[in-house]
Ligand binder design. Sequence first.
Ligand code: HT7
Ligand code: ZN
Length: 875
Amino acid sequence: SPAIYRKDYTPPSYWVRTVHMGFDLDPSATRVATRITLERNFDSTEKAVVLYGDEVELVQIHLNGKALSKRDYALKDGVLRIPVAVNEITLDIETLIRPDKNTSLMGLYVSSGNFFTQCEAEGFRKITYFPDRPDVMAQYTVMLRADKTKYPVLLSNGNLIEEGDLGDGRHYALWEDPFKKPSYLFALVAGQLVCQEETIKLKSGRDALLQVWVEDGNLDKTQHAMDSLINSIRWDEERFGLELDLDRFMIVAVGDFNMGAMENKGLNIFNTKYVLANPRIATDVDYANIEAVVGHEYFHNWTGNRVTCRDWFQLSLKEGLTVFRDQEFSADMVGTDSGRAVKRIDDVRVLRQAQFPEDAGPMAHPVRPDSFVEISNFYTVTIYEKGAEVVRMYQTLLGRDGFRKGMDLYFKRHDGQAVECDDFRAAMSAANGRDLTQFERWYSQAGTPRVTAKTSYDAASKTYDITLSQSCPATPGQAKKLSFHIPVAVGLLDSSGKDMTLKLDGEVATIGTVVLELTSAQQTFRFTDVNEQPVPSMLRNFSAPIVLEYDYSEEELAFLMAHDSDAFNRWEAGQRLATRRLLALTSSAQKSDALSIDQALSDSLRATLNDTQLDPAFRETVLTLPAETVIAEQMDVIDPQAIHTARRFLRHSLAQALRADFVAAYKANQTRGNYSPDATSSGKRALKNLALSYIAELDDADAHALAQAQYDVANNMTDRMASLSALANSQAPGKAAALAQFYSDFEQEPLVIDKWFSLQATARTTDVAAVRKLMLHPAFSIKNPNRARSLIFSFCNGNPSRFHAADGSGYVFWAEQVIALDAINPQVGARLARSLDRWRKYAPELQEKMHAALKRVAAAKLSKDTKEVVTKSLA
Ligand code: HT7
Ligand code: ZN
């Protein structure tokens, strides 16, 4: 398949003004009648209406009431061109589709006997021929007709205008969306569903009806999603002055879904994983994720729906901005400074574990890509998470008030439009009178910039210089990079650990943090009136998505860990110390040298663990060692076994050295009484369960007894999973019984069975043979994306030492599964295909086996999704 280029963008030949759709819903033959009114766009030179279709049977087309024959149009590769000379036309298009055979989960499909749609990015064309591109925005009216008993609930975007019986056991519902929208925001849901609802008063005094729709039997799991929705609505009113623009807002949960959720106008469709929760089935992390995803989809109503993307190259315009908004929402919901820092740490962890590797691999692309073969492959951590970092940098550079001014201007200028990333940047610039020309490079250049810092203190002149130099590695298609505009937030600590007053080149003094703006390849920033040699705290709160290199001494890092007023950098100092140690241990493991414990690191970690002035949630982040994937990123040649050995050794040594401290933390952080997912309680559980996981490293009778006891009395899923994980990764005698008990207790809860598979897929003892055996379990189904992710993806991405087994058996398994999944669902297949895209980073023996597996996949009959990934991986 050919690549599509951003530079080739041309405006649509016709605008669509109105869309009237009639659906006769039937799983094996759904008839769709669509009437579209179109108006010529004089900015286009094209003299034809251009419609797209994908695996949809075209029954008939009428133009202004006259039936068209095949001679009246050209249909090739899913593109339908109708030559037209007039400026205003009406098209009637009838299509026939088979939702029950649709395993791609794009367009209209069936899940548990109910109908759902997923139209972003290009799923609408699987329903009817249409100018399916985001810059074509129209007003939709939708008539749904279906069997009344099988499909009692009929939902679409906007307001319910009319409903009633049709006789013959069928009924109908007529929906009208008052807002114009691109086709990717169209949605319908039909089936046997029930809802929790609530009417709230919006800030302006209007009423809004909120509904959370689920399958019968799940109404005891909707309260948290409803609370999260209400909190999201309130937050957007307060923080950005943005109100819900609809009288009715619906969330629907579906068990078969390719991604997390979808922001269809007024009818958000969610993966059940991000809706359903009660203490019996959901962990603290699930509760937090639900809040974040409900917020994310709701925030899209303004950033994505009211102002949308001109084309899919601009995807980060809505996704980066909306991730930034959901991150800020989650941080504000915790409220405390420490809670905000923990949230920031979690977000940066995702960036480092997933986005940095992407940015250094064959699929690296700019936040605003220049080309793609299949847009579904570009819903990436770069578009989402790096995009959010880019938005965050505006706020860092302009301040919270300046950022808000930019947002206000963005909406004032572009409400109801489909625009570009450059329009967002222009609004930020104009609202603040700031030149942000160079900032554009964050959108156009891929790769993670490296900033190297050098410092020098001159006691005589009391000056302290920080010299920053930047570079960025080459990425596919971009050999040379121009300098980025990088905000580097800096503080200086005096010898007592306090923040110094900062005077930059004689400018007005600031206490605490100053944002240095690095715009050239190298720049020196001079602090004056510095009375003593400071310890620098750099890149506070992770002020830019870069790698910052500075030659800290171990003492300086321990000092920052103990004193930095910036909680993020306290954590960061600990991570730097642990990373150094882990890299040294990895190198020793590679040489089969004896591994030894590091007293300084364990002393620093002990001090943090026992510092009860610090929130438990924060202590947990400090005591969590960098992930194996993060260590891998720091190596020229990745050795998964050596990294695994090193990290296990360090965890085991720390467990031995700090056993008494972990036991004390375990006891001191019990949560009693009714379960609540609030930040304080979940923080305590996080620290307690981290302590348990360290103690479990010792794998002795006491450790087994502790895990077993917790498992036996757990009154919530967080504690249950933590103890089951401790057992599953040990030699505990009760391990098999606990796993069996867990399965039988939760057999009826698909989301919990996903956890059961995932826990086993990532357990230390689970090799390929064990995964293959689990695939034969009656509860396993490769067709359900959540289930496939819980076992196959968890193993390939979350169990590196077993997946990268020296005999290459993991790669053989991977190739089989990519090919099998691709035939069912190209998006899911293509995601799994990404697991080997960094193959060139591994040792030659592994590389060779990975290469063979990649070639095997490349030789199979593939969707364009998976083809693009393996082709780029092999390039
Ligand atoms: N905007 C939504 C994207 C999405 C999606 C894309 C491709 C295939 C399936 C999908 N489901 C949802 C999700 C979001 O960012 O909110
Ligand atoms: Zn989104």
